[in-house]
Design a binder for this molecule. Structure first.
Ligand code: TMP
Length: 208
């Protein structure tokens, strides 16, 4: 049974680390997983990622930014996600369309509907089956990043606290708008608890 699961959340929510662990646990249970991320996951999409996140591109227009994320998403779907789903795999994707809605639509202020429209074009209306929202107070998330010297700091990490608060608020609005696919995970808990909570949700979905 194929399943498209996306992991969303603000900076320092721990979702990328949890995702790797969740993939291992699913493989142990005999599931075939594909672990991938946005922006990126294919050579073309990784090149687009470099342009978007380059700290020297401070003059990037917000609609250009939204279009680049959507372009990267499209290429990643075509080359990575759709083929894996066709083969019956579980795709675990670190960020997807909801990140564009929260960051570009909400926090940057372009508007949800406009960003949704370009993304529906890019994805041909491909929504995830399940979205885990790793919810955390941005003050805590940003403090975690600051304490983690090995993590690369990107252009969006450098935004003000109010930007990250806007991201969180929009993610929570999206969870309320799409209750059938969103589950909120309390990412302020310990890494072990976060993985356990996520696994419970995913297994319930797989065994449905
Ligand atoms: P990450 O790999 O640390 O999650 O970094 C990706 C950054 O890009 C992160 O700050 C969130 C941001 N982003 C958007 O603004 N819009 C998007 O559509 C996606 C996928 C990511």
């Amino acid at each position: 049974m194929s399943l498209f699961i996306t992991f969303e959340g603000g900076e320092g929510s721990g979702k990328s680390t949890a995702l790797r662990k969740i993939s291992e646990l699913l493989i142990e249970k005999g599931y075939e997983t594909v672990l991938t991320r946005e922006p990126g996951g294919t050579p073309i999409s990784e090149e687009i990622r470099e342009v978007i996140l380059d700290k020297k591109n401070t003059d990037m227009d917000k609609r250009t930014e939204a279009l680049l994320y959507a372009a990267s998403r499209r290429q990643h779907l075509v080359q990575r996600v759709w083929p894996a789903l066709k083969e019956g795999k579980i795709v675990l994707c670190d960020r997807y369309l909801d990140s564009s809605l929260a960051y570009q639509g909400g926090a940057r202020g372009i508007g949800l509907e406009e960003v949704l429209n370009i993304n529906l074009f890019a994805t041909e209306n491909t929504y995830p089956d399940l979205t885990l929202l790793f919810d955390i107070d941005p003050k805590l998330g940003l403090a975690r990043i600051a304490a983690n010297a090995s993590r690369e700091v990107n252009r969006l990490d450098l935004e003000k606290l109010s930007f990250h608060e806007g991201v969180r608020k929009t993610f929570l609005e999206l969870a309320a708008r799409y209750p059938e696919r969103f589950v909120i995970i309390d990412a302020s808990k310990s890494p072990e608890e976060v993985v356990a909570d996520s696994m419970k949700v995913i297994l319930a979905r797989l065994e449905k």
